[in-house]
Design a binder for this molecule. Structure first.
Ligand SMILES: CC(C)(COP(=O)(O)OP(=O)(O)OC[C@H]1O[C@@H](n2cnc3c(N)ncnc32)[C@H](O)[C@@H]1OP(=O)(O)O)[C@@H](O)C(=O)NCCC(=O)NCCS
Length: 160
């Protein structure tokens, strides 16, 4: 597997499989081309034999220079549970740490149990919220009515 920076030319290949990789959920509207143009230094793809098997899209916070945010990460369904997302997160942590970042945030839908398990496995903490599901705090209506989100935070000060 080879990890490289995201490129504008990756847009079509990734957007065409995005909803499928998310189990049929409509996600493509949330990843417009601008992310493939303006966030390439902190976004990466994993390639195997010329095919994209995973990607991560993240950026440094404009408002909080010591913080970074992971917007999207996906791995091909046939390539899961091989550590590809863990590698992509590691690459992202190194790239933003080199730019002075100490904290990484991301949010995930309360329905995405795989994503919740993945982030906890990677050492993210769940931020306090206003409600709980299966004992886990979340922010109700965070991204609009009925769009509940679990908020994750992780310190990347030491080697992670
Ligand atoms: C979430 C996702 C990115 C994980 O990718 P992956 O490459 O399979 O994850 P990794 O192999 O790096 O797993 C890292 C850890 O996460 C945990 N994990 C991964 N998938 C899991 C699952 N389905 N259930 C429970 N734990 C899981 C494992 O504990 C693993 O730790 P281990 O290596 O010690 O076993 C992948 O399932 C995916 O693309 N899902 C659809 C898109 C999505 O929901 N993305 C969410 C982030 S925006």
């Amino acid at each position: 597997m080879h990890i490289r920076n995201l490129r504008p030319s990756d847009y079509q290949r990734i957007i065409s499989v995005l909803n499928e990789w998310w189990g049929g959920r409509r996600m493509s509207d949330m990843l417009p081309k601008l992310f493939f143009v303006h966030f390439t230094t902190t976004s990466f793809v994993a390639e195997e034999n010329g095919s994209i098997v995973g990607f991560i899209v993240g950026f440094l916070s404009q408002s909080k220079p010591e913080e970074a945010y992971i917007h999207f990460c996906g791995v091909h369904p046939d390539s899961r549970k091989r550590g590809i997302a863990r590698e992509l997160y590691g690459q992202f942590f190194r790239s933003v740490r080199a730019k002075g970042c100490q904290l990484v945030r991301c949010v995930t839908s309360t329905v995405n149990k795989t994503s919740i398990a993945f982030h906890i496995a990677l050492g993210f903490q769940v931020e306090p919220g206003d409600a709980r599901i299966d004992g886990m705090a979340y922010h109700s209506d965070y991204d609009g009515p009925g769009e509940h989100r679990v908020l994750f935070i992780k310190s990347i000060q030491e080697n992670t």
